[in-house]
Design a protein. Structure first.
Length: 167
């Protein structure tokens, strides 16, 4: 059952997807008609920059992106220690809100550039996440909800095929 908050997020995503496509037209950015990777280096750099700025606003720490560490790190706590460099200020909720909005802008812009209608992808991911909330759901020490043994990931490939992806 979808809550009012989840329904609100769904409608927000639909509106943001439309705005991102409109913004792409007005800024002459690539707009894909079917799912395929476009402007990979630019898009990856934009997403990582905004995610890093948001992490810094949340924690007050300067963060360094070290993607090579992700393959070696098992727990979130260990991963965080590998990325935090030094605390330079306190957390800043205004910057957190700005950073979250910027993450959405670059993420949705990437979806538009890559020809992905993100709304049905988001819905599939949310359904899969909600399926984790079973009786006896378990949480890691850091608070992340664990996947139950019978959990199935969303079939994102199937969603993309409905959008013309031939992979």
């Amino acid at each position: 059952m979808i809550s009012d908050a989840q329904n609100s997020v769904w409608h927000f995503m639909c509106q943001m997807n439309a705005l991102a496509e409109e913004r792409g037209v007005t800024t002459r950015q690539a707009i894909g008609k079917t799912p395929t990777i476009r402007d990979a280096d630019l898009r990856a750099a934009l997403i990582m920059e905004e995610a890093r700025e948001t992490a810094e606003a949340l924690t007050g720490y300067v963060w360094e992106v070290r993607s090579h560490l992700l393959a070696r790190v098992r727990g979130v706590t260990d991963a965080l220690e590998g990325f935090r460099l030094a605390r330079v200020r306190g957390p800043d909720i205004v910057e957190v809100a700005d950073g979250l909005a910027d993450v959405l802008v670059v993420s949705l812009g990437t979806a538009v550039a890559c020809g992905i209608d993100l709304s049905p992808v988001f819905a599939a991911v949310m359904r899969a996440n909600l399926a984790k909330l079973t009786e006896g759901a378990r949480f890691r020490v850091d608070g992340k909800l664990e996947k139950p043994p019978d959990w199935k990931p969303p079939d994102i490939a199937a969603v993309l095929r409905t959008q013309g992806w031939e992979g």
